[in-house]
Design a protein around this ligand. Structure first.
Ligand code: KIV
Ligand code: ZN
Length: 517
């Protein structure tokens, strides 16, 4: 059985979702979990895009062993140099250079012609190769490129040293049979095709990303680029869990295998969903909450008689266990430490103590602490304090409200300059709190999205709030949790505006109109 290489791009294409904006510590946590999942390559970021991304990719390259660490670069000298600086300490570094090959991109975006574009790509590739032995080349928008020209590009970049050539369906336009034929055609038309791994990178605009990727491997592709939970630009990328579990479940048909440890899939999915603030839809294949929920009586009867009647995947193969230990205030440090590390978090002693303290106060209030509560506590204690610019910390709020009264909130925040308070009236209690926070900060933020969810199903559940805000061109996400949902909302709002503040101060250095090599 031949191996299919799994290239995870959650931290690069996945992170292109507006407002996802992971900080370096969050990126590291996800990268460590992807290493536990045993993916073959982690595309850790686009280092030239911001100093924060550069730092995150560099830190991941130094710490995360086993998978290849990939950095993205346009066919621009500065991008390639920066990508190399970020990954040069990795055990297995790879520079990923991309340049469009479709006529529409060449003419409309670059105002040039096919020959000049190919020359530019080759020059960039050779430069990347002079720095790094492993270089991947992506002719962007390959699925809408003239196949004969695409074959020429692929042959020449392999000739110039590309070790992996990726065929992206950048706009999610491909359909499986046609995309499979394109890969088969390249296999025949490119004389040196055996000297590189052919990869595919499919977007999900028509909901076909998984099907297109599978059609490609049936026709010669041996690397699949994908993201956890299918996150990514617009409708997202091919979903890692769908690709891996289809190959595993239907090995009778595909006759391939991957190196992925599928028992880490659900843990990875939860971590990514939580840190990126992107809830997984309940009916999502493989990792949705209902993926194993059998509701009809006929199905339940079948399952009770023999699980194979209605289940094609064993939940335990994804790491779903029924025996979750519930913690209480008396569980002690050891049990909490064990739980936190089984959940995939890598905390140092000081961080653990901070988590333990918060755990005790939550356990006092709600007696039984579930995995989801622990997850939220870790996030709140560790990650929200690592927001890139911790400009403000939420301290407290007071609220006066009633059925026929406009709510009025008084909020206190702390910053390096000390504590400050401000008040505001609002249409509802949350609105009043958010307005009061804006008054403390002295800036208005547009609320783009606001959600509060009970973390577990009990009456004493913790509330987890997610807030997306924008100011000028910066958009960011914030999360907060508490047994008091107004406090959770206030914390989330403060985290989001801290991130906006950071983004406005560290605007991208890369000029996206700069296409020159
Ligand atoms: O979708 C795309 O074409 C990309 C490239 C950078 C590979 O993400
Ligand atoms: Zn992409």
């Amino acid at each position: 059985m031949e191996r299919i290489f799994i290239f995870d791009t959650t931290l690069r294409d996945g992170e292109q979702i507006p407002g996802a904006c992971l900080n370096p510590r969050e990126k590291m946590e996800i990268a460590l979990q992807l290493a536990r999942l045993q993916v073959d390559a982690i595309e850790a970021g686009f280092p030239v895009s911001s100093p924060g991304d550069f730092e995150a990719v560099k830190a991941i390259s130094e710490k995360v062993k086993a998978p290849t660490i990939v950095a993205l670069a346009r066919a621009v000298r500065k991008d390639i140099e920066t990508a190399w600086d970020a990954i040069k300490k990795a055990e297995r570094p790879r520079i990923h250079v991309f340049l469009p090959s479709s006529d529409v991109h060449i003419q409309k975006k670059f105002g040039t012609d096919r020959e000049k574009q190919l020359e530019r790509g080759l020059e960039a590739l050779k430069f990347a190769k002079s720095l790094c032995p492993e270089v991947e080349y992506s002719p962007e928008d390959a699925s809408r490129t003239d196949p004969a020209y695409l074959a020429k590009v692929v042959e020449q970049v392999i000739g110039a040293g590309a070790t992996v050539v990726n065929i992206p369906d950048t706009v999610g336009y491909a359909v499986p049979e046609q995309f499979g034929k394109l890969i088969a055609y390249l296999g025949e038309a490119v004389s040196n095709i055996d000297q590189a791994v052919i990869s595919v990178h499919c977007h999900n605009d028509l909901g076909l990303a998984t099907a297109n990727s599978l059609a490609a491997i049936e026709n010669g592709a041996r690397q699949v680029e994908c993201t956890m939970n299918g996150l990514g630009e617009r409708a997202g990328n091919a979903s890692l869990e769908e690709i891996v579990m289809t190959i595993k479940t239907r090995k009778d048909y595909f006759k391939f295998h991957t190196s992925v440890n599928t028992r880490e899939i659900v843990r990875t999915s939860n971590l990514v969903s939580r840190l990126m603030g992107m809830p997984v839809q309940a009916n999502k294949a493989i990792v949705g909450a209902n993926a194993f929920a059998h509701s009809s009586g006929i199905h339940q009867d079948g399952i009770l008689k023999d699980r194979s009647t209605y289940e094609i995947i064993r939940p335990e193969d994804l790491g779903i266990t029924e025996h979750t230990m519930v913690l209480t205030a008396r569980s002690g440090r050891h049990a909490l430490k064990d739980k936190v590390s089984k959940m995939g978090y890598d905390l140092d002693a000081q961080e653990f103590e901070a988590v333990y303290e918060r755990f005790l106060s939550v356990a006092d209030k709600k007696r039984q602490v579930y995995d989801k509560d622990v997850d939220i506590i870790v996030h709140d204690v560790i990650f929200s304090h690592l927001v890139n610019s911790k400009a403000y910390t939420f301290e407290s709020y007071k609220l006066a409200t009633g059925t026929h009264e406009s709510p009025a909130a008084l909020v206190r925040l702390r910053s390096e300059e000390g504590t400050s308070e401000a008040s505001a009236e609002g249409d509802g209690p949350v609105d009043a709190i958010f307005k009061a926070i804006d008054n403390v900060v002295g800036a208005y933020h547009k609320l783009e999205d606001f959600q509060v969810k009970a973390v577990t199903e009990t009456k004493e559940a913790m509330g987890a709030a997610t807030v997306r805000v924008s100011r000028e061109e910066a958009r960011a996400l914030g999360r907060g949790s508490s047994t008091d949902i107004l406090e959770a909302s206030a914390k989330a709002y403060v985290e989001a505006i801290n991130r906006v503040h950071y983004l406005l101060r560290h605007r991208s250095e890369a000029s996206h109109s700069d296409n020159g090599f």
